[in-house]
Design a protein around this ligand. Structure first.
Ligand code: PMP
Length: 398
């Protein structure tokens, strides 16, 4: 039956972690990770989350099924966090929001729904570069993949002119995948004026914006990081899609907490979209799980815990900012060429500009692991390893 099954290629990021774990050298450092770790290198359990978790454990509730679209309180809280509590879109009933299995699940459910709508000609444009799973999810759902220019290696910033030029050539109806903030893997984001220009083009060309928001709160704050979504909401564009994840913002990676919001032209369209989304989920995993959603809903549903969570999120964000600044300063102290662009990038990741050969030297000569693309996880830096990493990066950059 399975004799003809071929070995599928392994995930390059997970493969790097395996090599790192097997490395016997003391003092090895892994900058290849895709998660936030604290000053001690540990995944934090946020105190606000812990408080809700303890209350849930004490209440020892039975575990019935959730509805297909998930926990109502979670979906309401998500809408407010993503679109803003006073969003006219929410008041108009134009947003269909469902709890999903992480942000990845939101991407896949949306891809399946959009594929049904678009049929054989379904196309999506993805930034070059982007998170690898974007390609895999949409390809598997039957989309043709297109790429638009995004990262400019010369400036270590955005190729905005190239981006607009490529998007301007797309056929109407093409889905355009955008990172809300903290672009993975580059750390390069659009500013508010660029978002506005981009949205004008999307509207004029009748393209379908699809915003992936996996790092809300990691650049400037929960509301500021949703600026692109909020501008879309007020743009007059009739339809757009948002996938969001709480994996990073609540440090709940393994609980698989995310959501999909599809915006329609009016209440009736949103209701029809919701029915299609539910049909898709039902035929896939039937309904999402309870625990992570109860944690997020419990935190966001309490004014006091919500405020505490915002502070805890701010703590993660500020530590990342401090590590960026410290890294740039230490690199200069070790005589490296200018890495000031790292301070202008946002979120957990930075495209360091290191070549594949330099990344391999870091690994072979210094036991420091990064992705071949040069992506480093800034959150994996801490006061104890900052100088070591800076010295090594300076050494391979000379
Ligand atoms: N989108 C992007 C850009 C991401 O980086 C990630 C997580 N690595 C996700 C979506 C998926 O998040 P989740 O772990 O919640 O599925």
């Amino acid at each position: 039956f399975f004799a003809s099954v071929e070995m599928a290629p392994g995930d390059p990021i997970l493969g790097l972690t395996e090599t790192y774990l097997a490395d016997p050298r003391a003092g090895k450092i892994n900058l290849g990770v895709g998660i936030y770790v604290d000053e001690q290198g540990r995944i934090p359990l946020l105190p606000s989350v812990r408080e809700v978790e303890q209350a849930l454990a004490a209440a020892a509730r039975p575990r019935g099924y959730l509805p297909i679209d998930g926990m109502p309180a979670y979906n309401r809280a998500t809408q407010q966090l993503v679109f803003g509590a006073d969003s006219p879109l929410l008041a108009a009933g134009r947003v269909a929001t469902v709890q999903t299995v992480g942000g990845s699940g939101a991407l896949r459910v949306a891809a399946d729904v959009l594929k049904q709508v678009a049929g054989a000609g379904a196309k999506i444009a993805i930034s070059n570069p982007s998170w690898g799973n974007h390609h895999a999810v949409f390809r598997t759902a039957g989309f043709a993949l297109l790429e638009y220019r995004y990262y400019d290696p010369a400036s270590h910033g955005l190729d905005f002119a190239g981006m607009l030029e490529d998007l301007g050539r797309l056929e109407p109806g093409t889905v355009v995948l955008l990172h809300a903030c903290c672009h993975n893997p580059t750390g390069v984001d659009l500013d508010a004026a660029q978002w506005q220009q981009l949205i004008d083009l999307l509207k004029e060309r009748r393209l379908l914006p699809f915003v992936d928001m996996a790092y809300q709160g990691f650049a400037q704050g929960a509301d500021a990081d949703a600026a692109g979504v909020r501008l879309l909401a007020s743009s007059g564009i009739e339809a757009f899609v948002v996938a969001n994840s709480y994996s990073k913002s609540f440090s709940l990676y393994g609980e698989r907490v995310g959501a999909l919001s599809m915006v329609g032209a009016d209440r009736d369209e949103a209701a029809r979209l919701l029915s299609k989304i539910k049909q898709t989920i039902r035929a896939n995993y039937s309904s999402p799980s309870t625990h992570g959603a109860a944690l997020v809903a419990g935190v966001l549903g309490s004014t006091e815990l919500h405020a505490r969570w915002a502070q805890e999120l701010g703590g993660m964000r500020e530590r990342i900012h401090a590590m960026r600044a410290g890294f740039v300063e230490r690199l200069a102290a070790h005589g490296a060429p200018d890495f000031g662009f790292i301070n202008r990038q946002a979120g957990m990741f930075s495209y360091s500009g290191l070549s594949k050969a330099q990344v391999h030297r870091l690994r072979d000569e210094h036991a420091i692991y990064a992705l071949d693309s040069g992506r480093i996880c800034v959150a994996a830096l801490n006061r104890a390893n900052l100088d070591t990493v800076a010295a090594a990066v300076a050494a391979v950059s000379r």
